[in-house]
Write a new protein. Structure first.
Length: 608
């Protein structure tokens, strides 16, 4: 198979079978005249409960059958801890191992993207929203189902949208999405607690304003009760197409580059890859599209001779294109937890652990109806601007710190531009800075026969910036992943605000009804210095690595332009989370699918 694959010249070769790659491949192969290839290092795995059944969310992480199981270097500002950086090593990519949240950022966040691009590049809300819609097939809620369980129906607690959900989400795209059918006992009091402290219920967070409390749609097929992956959405239904070839178990090692007819620009002619220990090269007559994700796309660029000249020379890799932004600008959402033991009788997902009869009952329900607790996940999220969670004087002081930071001459042009965008958002107070989520289960050291819930607050626009670079010319060696978590004191300050907000929630009448005791941390933290110490020891990654091949102008330090072509190349494109130019307040999988959909249109337009 690999030899035949390598002996075929394809029009397009896509590296990576995740959401950014399979969406491109599926759309390009709609034209039967085009031959499209996909290289995927993982395997095609179907009918596996650890992937399919929502109840097993998280079980595939760190398992080499499904996960690259990358890790960061010890984090200097995170107590020296090494943090897991899961990436899906499976056809479907990280959509097969993520937590299935399906949402999108606010309009203002996408609208900021074109400010980093050449004039005319259409990457604002109006340029992306059609592709969000094109990718999804949202199941209508059951008539008897409350799509916002526990949400107050009092007018003062509800942010009414004049736009209907049906008008902004897709109904005939490949990715099947849905609301939960059941909800834990922790969710209604959590929602009412937010209403109690003044945060409104957002009845349509998909129309361009994510602020408030809302019920997050999931990438779960409502009919089958199974997770939707990029493979089940974009590949398996069309696997019989003769002009689309997917080779699994094939790890790309470099892009084959030369000088083409376009003076001064590199031309990609193929991709070298390993399959069962043997190296091959597959040829591409039109384009190579990298969709290997925020970790491996910069790794492949550097292995191919594109990146920081000094780094490549040190590793004895000929520098074909000096592009210093490759691997830089890494950012991630970072969360701080607080865990509570629930009062007896509170039904959470710990019922699976505590009550064998309940588990057996739910397994039968899932087997016969595809519904019930095995088909459910926690899906409530709260997105809030900083100004709604802190005093006016503290907000003003924080804004001043950002203004002072912008005067730092050591900032790179791209980071300076990003911080300027942040400053504008902070002043207007219309974009969410902190996300708060609920896990209806014990996450840290749960005790037998006890039920828990864990509340996490996370930064959505982090100030810390890290990098991903190769340490060796050996393509089988993982790159050095250094997010430099919490290296900016502003991130610690934001997380402290999030932590104090959770404390405030725990004191509401609504949440006190289900809290028996706080278990993590086990004692109240009296001053902000103690909170900062706890944050550094207890923070977790949202696994939303982004920005390592940023879409922005070359003079700013960008790697791709608005056409997604790598600067200085004529036909090497990127279609994954690495191009996200500014961190966005959302779980990023829907955005990555939209990037893939838009990339396909950009490519088709060029080759029409």
């Amino acid at each position: 198979m690999a030899e035949e694959f390598a002996n075929t010249t394809f029009d397009f070769v896509v590296v990576g079978g995740g959401p950014g790659g399979l969406s491109v491949a599926a759309r390009l192969s709609e034209n039967p005249q085009l031959k499209v290839a996909v290289l995927e290092a993982g395997l095609a795995i179907q009918d596996d409960p650890l992937i399919d059944v929502p109840r097993y969310m998280g079980r595939a992480l760190a398992n080499p059958k499904y996960d690259w199981a990358f890790k960061t270097v010890p984090q200097e500002h995170g107590g020296g801890r090494v943090i897991a950086a899961p990436r899906g090593k499976i056809l479907g990519g990280s959509t097969a191992i993520n937590f299935m949240a399906w949402d999108r950022p606010s309009k203002a966040e996408y609208d900021a993207w074109p400010t980093l691009l050449e004039k005319g590049d259409e990457w604002d809300w109006d340029g992306i929203a059609p592709y969000l819609k094109k990718s999804e097939r949202q199941a209508p809620p059951d008539i008897a189902q409350d799509p916002v369980p526990g949400f107050s129906k009092d007018a003062q607690d509800v942010l009414k949208s004049e736009i209907s959900l049906e008008s902004v989400v897709g109904s005939d795209g490949p990715v099947k999405t849905s609301y939960n059918h059941v909800y834990t006992d922790a969710i209604p009091p959590f929602v009412r607690a937010w209403n109690e402290i003044g945060q409104k219920t957002n009845t349509n967070a998909y129309a361009g304003d994510t602020c408030g409390v809302f019920n997050v749609i999931r990438s779960v097929d409502a009919q089958t009760g199974k997770r939707t992956t990029a493979a089940s959405a974009y590949y398996y239904p069309i696997a019989s197409r003769e002009n689309l070839t997917v080779l699994t178990g094939a790890q790309a090692t470099r892009v084959v580059l030369g000088r083409g007819h376009n003076p001064g620009k590199l031309n990609a002619t193929g991709v070298a890859f390993l399959h069962e220990g043997k190296e091959y090269v597959v040829k591409a007559s039109k384009e190579v599209i990298l969709a290997a994700g925020s970790v491996q796309t910069p790794q492949l660029l550097e292995l191919s001779g594109i990146g920081q000249a000094q780094l490549l020379q040190q590793l004895d890799i000929p520098c074909l294109l000096d592009l210093p932004g490759v691997g830089e600008n890494l950012s991630d959402h970072v969360f701080v937890p607080m865990q509570f033991a629930a009062v007896p009788g509170t039904r959470t997902f710990d019922e699976f652990r505590n009550v064998p009869e309940f588990l057996a009952e739910q397994e039968e329900i899932y087997k016969t109806t595809n519904k019930g607790w095995l088909s459910a996940i926690d899906s409530v999220a709260v997105f809030t601007p900083l100004g709604q969670l802190t005093e006016e004087a503290k907000l003003a002081a924080f804004i001043q710190k950002v203004e002072d930071l912008l005067a730092d001459p050591k900032l790179s042009p791209l980071v300076r531009a990003q911080y300027s965008i942040y400053l504008d958002w902070l002043k207007k107070g219309e974009v969410s800075d902190i996300e708060t989520i609920l896990f209806s289960r014990g996450v840290v050291n749960p005790q037998p026969d006890k039920s828990y819930f864990c509340i996490l607050a996370g930064i959505q626009h982090p100030f810390s910036r890290g990098s991903i670079h190769i340490a060796s010319k050996d393509p089988l060696q993982p790159p050095i992943i250094d997010p430099k978590y919490l290296s900016s004191p502003l991130d610690v300050e934001l997380l402290t605000t999030g932590y104090r907000t959770i404390e405030k929630l725990a004191q509401t009448e609504a949440l006190k009804t289900v809290v028996e005791a706080q278990s993590v941390p086990p004692v109240a933290l009296k001053d902000d210095q103690q909170v900062a110490g706890f944050i550094r020891q207890a923070f977790s990654s949202g696994s939303h690595l982004m920005g390592t091949a940023a879409m922005s102008r070359r003079d700013l330090g960008g790697v791709v332009g608005g056409d997604l072509l790598v600067h200085g190349t004529s036909n090497l494109r990127i279609s994954d989370s690495s191009i996200i130019p500014v961190p966005v307040a959302t779980h990023i999988q829907a955005t990555v699918y939209a990037i893939g959909e838009k990339a396909a249109d950009l490519i088709r337009k060029r080759w029409a």
